[in-house]
Design a protein around this ligand. Sequence first.
Ligand SMILES: [Zn+2]
Length: 509
Amino acid sequence: MSSVVPAAGSRMPRASLALGLCLAWICFAWMLSACGERPSSAPQSRTSTAAAPEPAPILVIGLDGFEWSIAAPLVASGRMPHVEALLARGRGGKLQTFEPTISPAIWTSMATSKNPDEHGIHGFVREGAPGEAERLYDRRDRRCKALWSIFSDAGYAVRVIGWWVTWPAERVHGVMVAQTNALEDESIEGRMWKGRLRRDVPRQVHPPERQDELLAIAARAEAGLDALLNEVFGPLAIDPSSVGGRLWENSRWSLLADEIYRQVALHLAQKDGRADLSMIYFGGADVLGHRFWRFAYPEGFRDAPSEAERAQLGALLERYYVHLDRVIGELVAAWPRDSDVVLVSDHGMHGDFFDRRFEGTQPLQLLNSGAHADAPPGVFVAAGPSWQPSAVAFERTSFRARELDLEGRVHDLAPTLLALYEIPRGKDMRGSILYGALARGSELVGKVAEIPSHDAVPSAFGAEEDAVVDPAEAARLEQLRTLGYLGGELDPAAKKSAPKNGAKKDGEK
Ligand SMILES: [Zn+2]
């Protein structure tokens, strides 16, 4: 592939150069597709023929609902040493998101740089025609290419694990482990599992011949879950019918999902070696934030937890952040040393429902005390050879969430990561390249090529129409209800029919 970023001092007129490079890029992508290049099970990364140095591998770690006001004090007190290390050698700040803060829509916007009206993923549930049953959005509802397809088309190896709305798994040049929500066999409240690889759900892994290999990893993660939770949270003897007990039982599926993704990521790093673009998602900070906010931060709640409840559950949220920090450290260590590491969250979290009574007999969604309905910004941390370290030297003990600046918007992630690999930005993308955050930023301004749309570039990868039915769909809908996403404060359908304040208060519907 030709370099799309000219060397400094190039004498070729910029406009014709940009045009030539765009054409070269489209031809290159087309040749790949015409050749019918297919990903192998362990793709080799493309070898660079241009003089430009080989771009660094990118490791994106997505942390749903990761909130600076929780993480920053932990960083300052030395309890998140791996996030601290990234901040010390790189940069960190806030990531502007959009409302409604519906995870599937935002994570898809990060991967496409499009708005929900454009990429087609508006929330969890697709409105059916009158009389038609509601159904969950899945990957086939996405109308445009995601980062992993664009990287695949450019010949780069990708590794995507657990990203929202990726089931059924898409063909990529590399490995795709789709996020699949499913129900455990004992179909009672509290047995919902998100992101779990299951034997009875088809098309969770690309290439399909690797599904069994990764299912074995998932089984191992599940077998070790109790030991892991004991290690992370200490022994928790909670009455399962109490408020805390029910919330805890209904968080396990999310913690299992994260553990599966952690083990799958480490397994693939060890077995497959380098991938050019890796994107790995963890949802536990969001789920525990919804469930346990009041126990960690009881101030302002009319129905504050008892001393005993606080002693038992008050540290749970922080302990999970500390665990996530360790996971981040493990992943960074498992990736090549020169990798560009990016942490992102789709939104922050805060306390909510301060006037609510919390009774063990209530429906689960009425027991949540954390929310993100009014879009607190997300988190952005980046470190590695391609990123410009923060202008102000990082000082751990004075690190404060409120002093962090806005680094960009969720839409900026895709074009910025494309720029690192000299892949043109699509003019139909809503985000901008974060030049100010890049080590070569000032050199690149005005020189990164653009094409009208990556969706117009023929692809050897991406969508594959097929009629796969998810047997666990009804269970997934119920899971979303318990988190308050359906008929609750985060349900766009509920918002449409109710004034904003009413809709928010009405998270219990
Ligand atoms: Zn989210």
